[in-house]
Design a protein around this ligand. Structure first.
Ligand SMILES: Nc1ncnc2c1ncn2[C@@H]1O[C@H](COP(=O)(O)OP(=O)(O)O)[C@@H](O)[C@H]1O
Ligand SMILES: [Mg+2]
Length: 316
């Protein structure tokens, strides 16, 4: 019997790249599940592997190892044709909506694009109707249907991209930093819209973000990543109230005062140093106020008490 309890199951996702300075391990054994109608956020600073995880899950990037199962179907083991079919169960929204849209296509045509790929027998008239309905659902009016991307604001464009992600009625929408290119007031509108869509359509979201505060209201589960590994995961309320990994605590602590100066102080370590540290021992030890000698010797396993944490000396 197919298990439909978990919409998405990600197991032991592993991916490395050959970069300018040698091999970069972007994902090291990343696992998590999203249950139907629930939302999960992957958080962590720039370079920790969030976008790579999103691309691997959506089948837009190959995996070195691991598996992605969507509604009981093993996506990563499927043939290309099956993957194309399954891909309609995912909607993707990327950080920069303008670059995600063809500047020479009218808004409704961009929104209808997935229909042309996945339902090629649908008439032009039906495509137009479906695109119109999707655009109305994200709060865009008739005056925008025939516009070109360059004529819309950033917030409107993000709604267009969302309409396109929803047009095939996906079960899961993956949103990679969906609001980071938007003004704060527009961010709030987009988040309200996401909340409304989730409530009315029972959507699951996989958020990718470096801003923990943003995702708090919309998130059931949190996965905290550092240097390609999951260092803490669990129910959002629990992780926020009682972070057990020193890195998570630091992420939460620096939210209100994430000034450039603060960030610079926290990021005074380069990617090469982080990658090197991740080879043996806890990758976070170079920055950790609680690190002890042992932290350089073993990679802490993800151990579950109240929720999962990968730290030899978790905060209590
Ligand atoms: N196509 C690629 N080629 C080489 N290195 C890459 C590629 N994509 C990502 N990386 C590297 O993998 C690491 C994780 O990147 P990414 O997943 O984009 O992180 P995030 O989205 O958390 O900022 C980074 O060190 C990045 O430079
Ligand atoms: Mg990214």
């Amino acid at each position: 019997m197919i298990d439909t309890a978990a919409t998405l199951s990600v197991k032991n996702l592993t991916k490395s790249f050959v970069g300018q300075h040698g091999i970069v391990h972007a994902l090291r054994d990343v696992s998590f599940e999203i249950e139907r109608g629930q939302s999960l956020s992957i958080v962590g600073e720039s370079g920790c592997g969030k976008t790579t995880a999103a691309l691997c899950i959506a089948g837009l990037q190959s995996l070195d190892a691991g598996s992605v199962t969507l509604s009981g179907k093993n996506f990563s083991a499927a043939s290309r044709a099956e993957q194309n079919q399954l891909r309609s169960d995912f909607g993707m929204v990327f950080q920069n909506p303008l670059s995600a849209l063809n500047p020479r296509m009218r808004i409704w045509q961009s929104v209808a694009e997935p229909l042309r790929v996945h339902q090629p027998t649908l008439s032009g008239e039906m495509q137009h109707q479906r695109a119109q309905a999707a655009l109305e659902q994200v709060g865009l009016g008739a005056q925008h249907f025939r516009a070109f991307p360059g004529e819309l604001s950033g917030g409107q464009l993000q709604r267009v991209v969302l309409a396109r992600a929803l047009i095939l009625n996906p079960k899961l929408v993956i949103l990679d930093e969906p609001t980071s290119a938007l003004d704060v007031s527009i961010q709030a509108q987009v988040l309200n819209l996401l909340q409304e869509l989730r409530d009315t359509r029972g959507l699951s979201y996989l958020f990718i973000t470096h801003n923990l505060a943003l995702v708090e209201v919309l998130t059931d589960q949190v996965v905290v990543m550092y240097a390609g590994r999951v260092v803490e995961s669990g129910p959002a309320a629990l992780v926020f109230a009682k972070p057990r990994h020193p890195y998570t605590q630091e992420l939460i602590r620096t939210i209100p005062e994430a000034t450039p100066k603060n960030r610079a102080a926290f990021r005074a370590i380069n990617v090469g140093q982080i990658q090197a540290a991740a080879e043996v021992g806890c990758a976070y030890r170079l920055r950790c106020a609680h690190a002890k000698i042992e932290c350089a010797n073993v990679v802490p396993p993800l151990a579950t008490q109240t929720h999962a944490v990968a730290c030899l000396f978790p905060l209590s």
